[in-house]
Ligand binder design. Sequence first.
Ligand SMILES: [Mg+2]
Length: 215
Amino acid sequence: MINWDEIETVMLDMDGTLLDLHFDNYFWQEYLPECWGRLNGLEIDAAKAVLTPRFKSMEGTLAWYCLDYWSDELDMDIFMLKHDVEHLIKTRPYTIELLCKLNEMDKKVVLVTNSHEKILDVKLEKTEIKEYFDFVVSAHELGSPKEHMEFWKLLSNTVQFSQEKTLFIDDNLTVLQTAQDYGIRYLLSIARPDSQLPERSSTDYFSIKDFREIF
Ligand SMILES: [Mg+2]
């Protein structure tokens, strides 16, 4: 399915690709509304009704991924709250096997994430995946989210890679579209980013059910 001889660089998203998106979904959709509701005298459903459109309106922006932004907006320490549910931070099936294989094949392995640096460090430590990467790049460090072309231009100043010889795997279809527009040749998505939700129906990009399909 993949001709590995044609690929020098493998770029990987973190949440929903290497790690189970259940942690993030549960945090933003359940735990945070519950805690915020309690502070503001609202039942969880009422809190969700207030917060969901606020989250939605920021989707795809760097602020949406920024813990400091939401801490200010909601007047809560979001980073501390995340600690309460950090037992849910887990790798997806065969993530470690994939990373080992890429290292064995001597590919340049780059983590490209919109995750805020604070929680990025917690996730890397907890899952012990940092050692497998040649580069770890946070969109916050570059100042633009992966959904924007600007991110890819800035990335190319930080990490040397050829678009023609790069494989990029991400569960976010908007991000894949931008990467494609930038000229990344090999693109794959993830069928089931959240272990607690059903598989998504087919998309514009070939989606992997199990990393063993590609090694
Ligand atoms: Mg993702």
